[in-house]
Design a protein around this ligand. Structure first.
Ligand SMILES: Cc1ncc(C[n+]2csc(CCOP(=O)(O)OP(=O)(O)O)c2C)c(N)n1
Ligand SMILES: [Mg+2]
Length: 699
């Protein structure tokens, strides 16, 4: 292996294009006085070869469903992506995904790298900048998300393609660095990708052997190639990241592997951050920071670039990209559009699905088989009713697919109807996904599926949402409608003990902007929760469900569960109309409050029970209808008790500083449920006592 890469190419149009990418990235970082120039400079030749010679992408229509995806998993190298989007002439699209006649990234935007309201934020943000396929920056998320895209490509091909009318065959490329491959999530995702034989997936590893603290010798000396081979991947090496022929050969090799259909591909590209001045060579000093004006000049000189030029884009370079990527993309896109028209004539039903799926609309009649549940004091666990509802919906939403991190029998998320199938390498049209015990990768893969426009759900125990947290927040940040199904939602788990009993997870999900959390109280609320979730187009949802059975409430005596749509509703009012005390609860604690209400009435205390399955929906509803808050939570009634088997964090918002929060202040413990309920105070007696105290105190 050479000690260092060859000098940057010069003297050809290709060399000029690469130098343009490099100098744009340098200049952008320098102008912002922040950002990472190293990876963009090191990977410019590889990115150039991929985009110009291989990527099937039409800059005129960056939402073309069959485009090859390029994911910049090393999101700190965002300047590279913005330079590429700019040079390729990628067009902006509006909210309705119509291509606009203006660039996604203008030269002015590169000059405003990392500034307020620019489309060139510090890390690439999906939905903000056309052409950005996934929000990246938290290392590992991009490569893991790319697995979701590769699954989507195969699933869409199996579902929609017809002989002679292959609408889907896109490839997915993800560019990562040492950091992404150090992160555990990349191992989870690579393991699954290898198992599923996702031959349409290519990760490109910028092996520059540097991360922030210095050489990878400090903390990362494993045999990366060996690890990927063991996970069922092809591994290719490009020993010199400036050698365009070697890079070209590697992508060609990927394409032949792809045709063989057996394994995903990792291309290890050895790069070396070659700065201008000798003293920066082989040092990590400038890594991850702007180079400084003097170094920028020297580096430009080494590229044969005018030293004083800033943001210089030779017209010939733009034309070059138009002739390469642009021309190829336009031809492929044109041929695809013709195919789609033909497809629409021959397979109108599937074509209609495709249109709806692309625009995140539901098919007609998606809710025609929604079950209803009669009142039943014994009732069912909400995980069970949710499983039934999910199946009833999935039958009529052909692109709703998902699975669990090895807990489907417990989370009740298996699609069991005829034809649902299981997604495997030889049945890629299956709709049950097996993620294995890989929660973090599961959530990132769900994001990759969601941006590919299928409707994904994933499930596990609520406690393990912590393993998935960064990907969950990215679903919210990207505004994609991933459905998270979390069961075993409290100390109700019982004997499994505190390791499995969620306490702080609910508040943490509620604190995530844009995520809708729903904790239904009975079977009827489960149905209503799904009615809220399915039409969501830009928001992820977390559905929080019990393992233990809950009564199915008698809605002839109580308010309709339709109230769930407003997030909180008066389920049972004070028997004589004017409440002395409000009992607020979610999920399994709602029926506890109903019992307490009856006992309080016998003592002459009038209690109102408010079911509050979703704080987010309640807040959203109250923004539109401020009077609703006072209707549900009359300001005059300050005697209030909230009851939820989770950390009480945040309930003060609804019970006020003088109200009582009955929640968890410690971890749970391992014991039969009834003993735990007693120990932690989730008994009718205790709720009655607290309510009495509140009501008396306020009189
Ligand atoms: C999950 C996560 N942890 C830490 C960081 C902060 N961070 C940004 S870049 C970087 C080093 C990445 O090294 P590498 O992937 O080799 O990229 P290079 O520095 O070579 O461009 C770190 C630790 C991050 N973005 N994400
Ligand atoms: Mg590195």
């Amino acid at each position: 292996m050479p000690a260092r890469t060859s000098p940057a190419p010069t003297g050809t149009l290709e060399a000029e294009a690469i130098a343009t990418i490099r100098t744009l990235a340098m200049d952008a970082v320098q102008a912002a006085h922040s950002g990472h120039p190293g990876a963009p400079m090191g990977m410019a030749p590889t990115a150039y070869v991929l985009w110009q010679r291989f990527l099937r992408y039409n800059p005129e229509d960056p939402t073309w469903p069959n485009r090859d995806r390029f994911v910049l998993s090393a999101g700190h190298a965002s300047a590279l992506l913005y330079a590429l989007l700019h040079l390729a002439g990628v067009k902006a699209v509006d909210a309705g995904e119509k291509s606009q006649n203006e660039p996604a990234v203008r030269l002015e935007d590169l000059k405003r790298f990392r500034q307020l309201d620019s489309p060139t934020p510090g890390h690439p943000e999906y939905g903000l900048t056309s052409g950005v396929e996934l929000t990246t920056g938290p290392l590992g998320q991009g490569v893991a998300g790319s697995v979701g895209m590769a699954i989507a490509s195969r699933w869409c091909a199996a579902t929609f393609n017809r002989p002679g009318l292959e609408l889907f065959d896109f490839d997915v490329y993800a560019l990562c660095g040492d950091g992404c491959l150090m992160e555990g999530i990349s191992s989870e995702a690579a393991s699954l990708a290898g198992h599923l034989k996702l031959a349409n997936l290519c990760w490109i590893y910028d092996s520059n052997r540097i991360s922030i603290e210095g050489s990878t010798d400090l903390a990362f000396t494993e045999d990366v190639a060996g690890r990927f081979r063991a996970q069922g991947w092809n591994v290719l090496h490009v020993e010199d990241g400036n050698n365009l022929d070697a890079i070209d050969a590697a992508f060609r090799q990927f394409q032949s592997f792809r045709a063989a259909g057996e394994r995903p591909t990792l291309i290890v590209v050895r790069t070396h951050i070659a700065y201008g001045s000798p003293n920066k060579q082989d040092t990590h000093a400038a890594h991850g920071e702007p180079l400084g004006d003097a170094e920028v000049r020297l580096t430009k000189r080494a590229y044969g670039w005018p030293e004083d030029a800033r943001f210089l884009v030779p017209e010939a370079v733009r034309d070059h990209f138009k002739d390469g990527l642009g021309r190829r993309g336009a031809e492929l896109h044109g041929a695809w559009a013709a195919k789609l028209a033909d497809y629409g004539r021959q397979f109108p039903e599937q074509a209609a699905w495709l249109t709806r799926m692309r625009h995140r609309q539901l098919p007609e009649g998606w809710d025609q088989e929604l079950p209803s549940f009669p009142a039943d004091p014994k009732g069912k666990a909400t995980r069970d009713t949710s499983g039934a509802v999910l199946n009833a919906i999935a039958k009529h939403v052909p692109w709703l697919l998902g699975g669990s991190a090895d807990l489907a029998p417990s989370t009740k998320t298996r699609l069991a109807f005829a034809g649902a199938g299981t997604f495997t390498d030889d049945s890629p049209g299956g709709r049950n996904l097996h993620f294995g015990v890989r929660e973090h990768a599961m959530a990132a893969i769900l994001n990759g599926l969601a941006v590919s426009r299928v409707r994904p759900y994933g499930s596990t125990f609520l406690i393990f949402s912590d393993y998935m947290k960064n990907s969950i927040r990215l679903s919210a940040l990207m505004e994609v409608p991933v459905i998270y199904i979390f069961t075993h939602d409290s100390i109700g788990v019982g004997e499994d003990g505190p390791t499995h009993q969620p306490v702080e997870q609910l508040p943490s999900l509620r604190a995530t902007p844009g995520l809708i959390t729903l904790r239904p109280a009975d079977a009827a609320e489960v149905v209503e929760a799904w009615k809220v979730i399915m039409p969501l187009r830009h928001q992820p949802a977390a559905l929080i469900l019990t393992r233990q059975a809950l009564p199915t409430l008698d809605r002839t005596r109580l308010a309709s569960a339709v109230g769930l749509h407003r997030g909180a509703y008066v389920l049972a009012d004070a028997p004589r109309g004017k409440p002395d005390v409000l009992l607020l609860a979610t999920g399994s604690e709602v029926s506890l409050c109903l019992e307490a209400r009856d006992r309080l009435a016998a003592e002459g205390i009038q209690a109102r029970v408010v079911s509050m399955p979703s704080w987010e929906l309640f807040e959203a509803h109250c923004r539109e209808d401020p009077a609703y808050r006072d209707q549900v939570l009359p300001p005059a009634v300050t005697a209030r008790v909230s009851v939820e088997m989770a950390s009480g964090f945040g309930w003060e918002r609804y019970v006020g500083m003088k109200g009582k929060v009955l929640g968890m202040t410690t971890f749970g413990s391992s014991a039969p449920l009834k003993d735990l309920l007693k120990k932690f105070g989730f008994t009718v007696d205790n709720v009655v006592a607290l309510a009495r105290e509140q009501a008396r105190g306020k009189k």
